[in-house]
Design a protein around this ligand. Structure first.
Ligand SMILES: [Zn+2]
Length: 419
């Protein structure tokens, strides 16, 4: 069988694996709380809080969607015309068109151009966050963050570009197979190292101070059967007033992180409720599930790019002979951008299901639906959430159940246990 035949077979196998993993590991069976409960929860929220959250999101929306559209248009303009391949050639010219220069400098130039052209919209977003008092950063801090994120992208991007185009040269017929395995491996590696290598670039993490709250959190984790070495506090207040918590990392790099803003804004009982939700993620191995889905998706994407990328009309549009050339990198980016947009609603749906399971875990672990609901109310208030966002936007991109869904889930649980 030809490499092409194997690629079709591999892609089919990966898609089947994705469907099986998605079906078995994502908690599909839990339906959202009844809409009547959600509407009752919405009525329980202060009218001015709801109005402010909606106004904030209405203010963010035009720039957010414009940024998506501009990013897509630039990717298509570079990838589906010879413009992008010329840019890659230009970047390699000072080095005699050497493939390493084309691959790394050309690749980074394409990535940087997309970022730079959407930069005005990112700046505009910052003005909205500042106007609503959510951002605590001046332009200096904002610019420093921007430069740091460019630097992280440049380092990871350069390594990936160099690795990928080296494989292409070493295995001109089978690069897609090594590329698929490499992409899956990279997703797993990043899950391990992001919390220890990249997160500290943006925030300082310190172990939570000893005290009654820390003691309560550690004993709750022990009761839950989730070994936690420490709860880390991130200095999120350096850029935002928003409150949050998360788990990241795998195995030895796994950590539960709470924002310092959460400790400042919320009661100890509410912090406990938030951490109980995060313990749910740890207990159900949600980072592993996300990593596995991501790894399979990345491998499938490489096989699919190889197959789509050998379609002559597409190559003609981009002015290249093969998808495997550095000059075809803009075409790859265009295809990846489109695939990312198509995958967004599916990723959001899976994420919402996993988040709803972590909520159920928090309710069962704390047995305290009243505090859970109060915490949701506080989260929405401080973070200027739209508690009941427009349906289309929710389906398109919401990574968490809405505030009213989460409050209604707490009410349903309270009924269940007779409180
Ligand atoms: Zn969560």
């Amino acid at each position: 069988m030809s490499p092409r035949g194997w690629a079709v077979l591999t892609l089919a196998g990966l898609v089947v694996a994705l469907v099986v993993v998605g079906a078995l590991l994502i908690p599909w069976s839990r339906p959202p709380a009844p809409r009547a409960d959600q509407l009752a929860a919405l009525r329980a929220l202060p009218v001015d809080q709801v109005a402010r959250g909606r106004a904030f999101h209405a203010a963010l929306r035009p720039g957010g969607y414009a940024s998506l559209a501009v990013g897509l248009l630039i990717a298509l303009a570079l990838g589906l015309t010879p413009l992008g391949s010329r840019l890659v050639e230009l970047a390699g010219r000072p080095f005699g068109g050497h493939w390493v220069a084309q691959a790394v400098l050309g690749g980074l130039a394409v990535l940087l151009l997309v970022d730079l052209l959407t930069l005005p919209l990112a700046a505009w977003r910052h003005t909205v966050l500042a106007r609503y008092g959510l951002s605590t950063q001046g332009w200096g801090g904002w610019a420093v963050d921007l430069v740091k994120s460019y630097a992280v992208t440049a380092v990871i991007g350069a390594l990936v570009l160099l690795g990928f185009y080296s494989v292409v040269r070493l295995a001109p017929r089978w690069w897609w197979a090594f590329g698929a395995a490499g992409a899956a491996g990279l997703v797993v590696l990043l899950s391990f190292v992001l919390p220890v290598l990249v997160e500290p670039v943006f925030n300082r993490f310190t172990p939570m101070e000893p005290g009654p709250l820390r003691t309560e959190l550690m004993s709750m984790a022990a009761r839950d059967g989730v070994p936690v070495r420490d709860v880390l506090v991130a200095d999120a207040s350096r850029r935002t007033r928003a409150v949050n918590a998360y788990v990241s990392g795998l195995g030895p790099t796994r950590r539960v992180v709470v924002y310092d803003t959460l400790l400042r804004e919320a009661t100890p009982e509410e912090v406990t409720s938030v951490v109980a939700h995060e313990l749910g993620h740890a207990k159900d191995r949600d980072v592993w599930v996300g990593t596995l889905v991501g790894a399979l998706g990345a491998a499938a994407a490489v096989a699919a790019l190889y197959l789509i990328g050998s379609w002559p009309p597409l190559l003609r549009l981009a002015g290249v002979d093969s998808i495997a050339q550095p000059r075809a990198f803009p075409l790859l980016i265009a295809l990846i951008t489109v695939a990312g947009l198509v995958a967004t609603p599916a990723q959001a749906l899976m994420s919402r299901r996993v988040e709803a399971r972590a909520d159920a875990h928090a309710l069962a672990l704390t047995g305290d639906p009243a505090t859970f609901e109060a915490m949701q109310r506080r989260l929405a208030g401080v973070n200027l959430a739209d508690p009941d966002p427009p349906r289309w936007e929710y389906l398109w991109s919401a990574s968490h159940p809405s505030t009213v869904e989460r409050m209604a889930a707490a009410r349903a649980y309270a009924r269940e246990i007779g409180r």
